[in-house]
Write a protein that binds this ligand. Structure first.
Ligand code: SAH
Length: 269
């Protein structure tokens, strides 16, 4: 449900003077929001543009209007944060899609890890369609101009191999990461990936990720990453980061990491 904001296929907006709402949105407008001719609602084309639709007809069979204004959605993050999330049980994964969309993730990549309980092959087309719906509704609700892409599940090794050569990639790892005290003295970041210089006196989320590149965040499944996966990630230049001294549940870790990364990029200001 949204408060009058709906993503539509660009084709719906092809004729600005005569926009016919798709049936599901027409139904929302008429029966849930109880809009009438003369009222407005917002349509989003998924590119970051918002269109104010002035309703000209609210009928039983069709709801139509004309585009009265076109604006850029100001709340959409300018920098991209992609979450590579170890596959989790359905409800937790859906929670991450919903909350991650609200906070401002650009992409969510389900990753099949050594310790994932859910196999990549168990992710049906119906489940992926549901994930897209969750992301769309969360994007409508949270005033976004784009719907984060929820990709097809990939294997952990394939996700690493597909990282761009200069990627800023961080893997949240409870355990072997340097202590906060070491970070404070600048001693810890021997763990840095090759693409990021050690950041003295900074949290790993602090400084060097602040440039235009996408930040790629890896969060493990319920059982965490296997040691081989951590080693493989480091071989790919992925940097290990801590989320603090307490062990977080995977879904908490995903949200905390997304929040820290977006804050480091200046997107929560
Ligand atoms: N028993 C597991 C815990 C996994 S928690 C283990 O020891 O590895 C699930 C995921 O959340 C982890 O793989 C990691 O990506 C993230 N996570 C949880 N707490 C964290 C912390 N304090 N620092 C960094 N990552 C953390």
């Amino acid at each position: 449900m949204s408060a009058g904001r709906f993503f539509v296929a660009p084709a719906v907006l092809a004729e600005p003077e005569r926009v016919l709402l798709p049936p599901a949105i027409a139904n929302q407008a008429r029966n849930v929001l109880r809009l009438r001719a003369g009222d407005t609602l917002t349509l989003l084309d998924g590119t970051g543009m918002a269109y104010t639709l002035a309703l000209t007809e609210v009928g039983r069979d069709q709801v139509q209007g004309r585009i009265a204004a076109r604006t850029l959605v100001a709340s959409e993050p300018r920098r991209q944060v992609s979450l590579y999330q170890g596959l989790l049980k359905a409800a937790k994964f859906e929670w991450i899609i919903q909350k991650g969309t609200e906070i401002g993730l650009s992409t969510i990549v389900p990753v099949h890890c050594a310790r994932s309980i859910v196999g990549a092959d168990e992710v049906s087309a119906a489940k992926r369609a549901r994930w897209r719906t969750i992301a769309t509704e969360a994007a409508e609700q949270s005033d976004r101009g784009r719907v984060p892409e929820v990709r097809e599940p990939v294997k952990f090794a394939d996700a690493l191999a597909a990282l761009p050569p200069d990627a800023v990639a961080l893997l949240a790892h409870a355990g072997e990461v340097a202590h906060a005290g070491d970070v404070a003295t600048g001693a810890s970041l021997g763990l840095c990936g090759k693409h990021i210089a050690p950041a003295r006196n900074r949290n790993p989320f602090g400084l060097e990720v602040v440039h235009d590149a996408t930040v790629h965040l890896f969060i493990g499944p319920e059982g965490g990453f296997a040691p081989e996966e951590v080693a493989l990630a480091q071989e790919h230049g992925v940097r290990l980061v801590t989320l603090g001294p307490r062990i977080l549940r995977a879904e908490t870790a995903a949200l905390v990491a997304a929040t820290l990364a977006l804050a480091a990029l200046g997107e929560l200001g």
